[in-house]
Design a protein around this ligand. Structure first.
Ligand SMILES: [Zn+2]
Length: 289
C-alpha cells in the first residue's frame, strides 16, 4: 500500500476509534505500531547509512503450522495426520530460515495445541511480522490429484474449488470464536479493513508468485493453476503479507508418503527458505530503484 494511503487510513481508523464507532481494538493496536515503525523509517531517510556498514534488521517470519490439538486436519490413507506433518516441516523451515541470520522466526503453535484461526493472525500482527506463511497438506475426493498449491486472500472466493477449501480450512474457527470482524454488521469497519488489505493483498500475491516460481525451480511438484485465491481466515491480516501453502495431498498415496519422508521435508523447507529469500531480495531491489 502506498504510504500516503496507509497514513490516510490510519488517520480514519484513529478517528473512528476515538468516536467509538465499533472498531475492534485488536485492529487499531497494530495500526498504531505500524505508524510508529513508519515514522522511524522516514526519520532514517534524512541520514542515509552507507549500505556496506548497515546491518539489516532480521525480518520476522511467522510460520503457521495448520490445525493442531483436537483438530487433526486432513488424514492420509496410511493414517498420516496433517497437523503432524505440517508441524515437522514448519520446524525444518524455521531451522533453514534462522541458519542464515537474516530472519527471526516465530511459530503460531509450539506443539500439538489448538489455536483458533483468528488468534494465529492476531499473534502475527502483535509481533509485527514481516511475513506470514501458513503450512498445510490438502485432501481431495480424487486420490490421483497431487502437488503443491499456494493460496492468497480474495474478496470473493470465485473459484468453486477454492471456496470449498476455504470452508474446510475455516471450519475450525466456528468451534472457538476468536476475533470475528467479518461478522460485524458495521459496513464502515469492513470497508476500512478492505482498504488496508488491498496493499497487503498485492504484496501477498507477489509472495505467492515467488513461491510458485521457486518451487518450480526446485523441482517441487505443483498443481496446475497453482496460485489460487480463497477466503481463508488465516490470510485476513490487513497489515502482514500472507500466503497459505498446501504442500501436497494426503489423499494421494505418493504425496502422503513423500510428506513423511525426511529428505522431502528438508527439500520443501529449503524451497520455502529460497522463496522467502527471493521475496525479500526482490522487495529491497524495488525499493532501491
Ligand atoms: Zn489444512
Amino acid at each position: 500500500m502506498p504510504d500516503f494511503r496507509r497514513r490516510e487510513l490510519l488517520a480514519v481508523l484513529a478517528g473512528l476509534t476515538a468516536f467509538g464507532l465499533g472498531m475492534a481494538e485488536a485492529w487499531a493496536a497494530p495500526g498504531k505500531s505500524t505508524k510508529s515503525k513508519r515514522q522511524a523509517t522516514r526519520k532514517s531517510v534524512g541520514k542515509p547509512t552507507p549500505p556496506t556498514l548497515a546491518k539489516p534488521k532480521p525480518k520476522l517470519i511467522v510460520l503457521d503450522p495448520g490445525h493442531g490439538g483436537r483438530d487433526p486436519g486432513a488424514l492420509g490413507a496410511r493414517g498420516t495426520q496433517e497437523k503432524k506433518v505440517v508441524f515437522t516441516i514448519a520446524m525444518e523451515v524455521q531451522r533453514e530460515l534462522q541458519a542464515g541470520g537474516r530472519y527471526r522466526v516465530l511459530l503460531t503453535r509450539s506443539g500439538d495445541s489448538y489455536v483458533a484461526l483468528r488468534e494465529r493472525v492476531a499473534r502475527a500482527q502483535a509481533a509485527k511480522a514481516d511475513l506470514f506463511l501458513s503450512l498445510h497438506a490438502d485432501s481431495h475426493d480424487n486420490p490421483d490429484v497431487r502437488g503443491a498449491s499456494v493460496y492468497t486472500l480474495s474478496e470473493e472466493a470465485s473459484d468453486r474449488e477454492a471456496a470449498a477449501l476455504a470452508a474446510r480450512e475455516n471450519r475450525a474457527d466456528a468451534v472457538v470464536s476468536g476475533m470475528r470482524l467479518a461478522d460485524k454488521p458495521d459496513n464502515v469497519a469492513q470497508t476500512l479493513v478492505a482498504m488496508s488489505q488491498r496493499g497487503t493483498v498485492n504484496e501477498s500475491r507477489r509472495l505467492a508468485e515467488t513461491i510458485v516460481a521457486t518451487f518450480a525451480k526446485n523441482g517441487v511438484r505443483l498443481l496446475p493453476r497453482t496460485h489460487r485465491q480463497a477466503g481463508f481466515a488465516v490470510l485476513t491480516s490487513p497489515e502482514v503479507p500472507a500466503a497459505l501453502v498446501e504442500l501436497g495431498y494426503l489423499s494421494n498415496p505418493q504425496d502422503e508418503k513423500l510428506l513423511t519422508v525426511r529428505q522431502h521435508q528438508i527439500s520443501l523447507a529449503r524451497a520455502l527458505r529460497a522463496s522467502v529469500d527471493a521475496y525479500f531480495g526482490a522487495a529491497s531491489a524495488t525499493r532501491k530503484a
